[in-house]
Design a protein. Structure first.
Length: 134
């Protein structure tokens, strides 16, 4: 969700560096072969960049739809990469249900995450400048 927030709020040019950093953190903390999470996040962030440039994303409902597409793309790519590298033994239809459910409920949590992130990364320069002239 942080990659999505960076794309929508900081501009689409910041998406790939944020995705790369988040992917490295997920690779270091995960059990998949190194590079699976980074590759999945970077490739799906390319899709996210195209999607954000081509769609209207000012309403929260459209942002939630973009979040759903981005999360499904990321989770599916991660799943297929782990199938390719032999981490998983084979295709299981139940896994796709878990992937779709995780993407759906994470997209539902996006408005809450967005409000927390907006408070956390709020620009405080104007406030500090105002306090100097009090």
């Amino acid at each position: 969700l942080m990659v999505l927030y960076a794309c929508l709020e900081w501009g689409w040019k910041t998406t790939i560096p944020v995705a790369f950093c988040a992917g490295l953190l997920r690779d270091l903390s995960g059990s998949a072969p190194f590079g699976v999470e980074t590759s999945a996040l970077v490739l799906s962030s390319l899709v996210l960049d195209l999607l954000v440039q081509k769609t209207e994303h000012s309403m929260m409902l459209s942002r939630m739809g973009i979040a759903l597409i981005f999360l499904m793309c990321t989770l599916l790519l991660s799943y297929f990469f782990s199938l390719f590298f032999g981490v998983r033994s084979g295709y299981v239809p139940h896994d796709l249900g878990v992937i779709l459910g995780s993407a759906f409920y994470s997209a539902l949590l996006y408005p809450f995450f967005f409000s927390l992130s907006s408070r956390w990364f709020k620009d405080r320069r104007l406030l500090k400048q105002y306090e100097l002239f009090k």
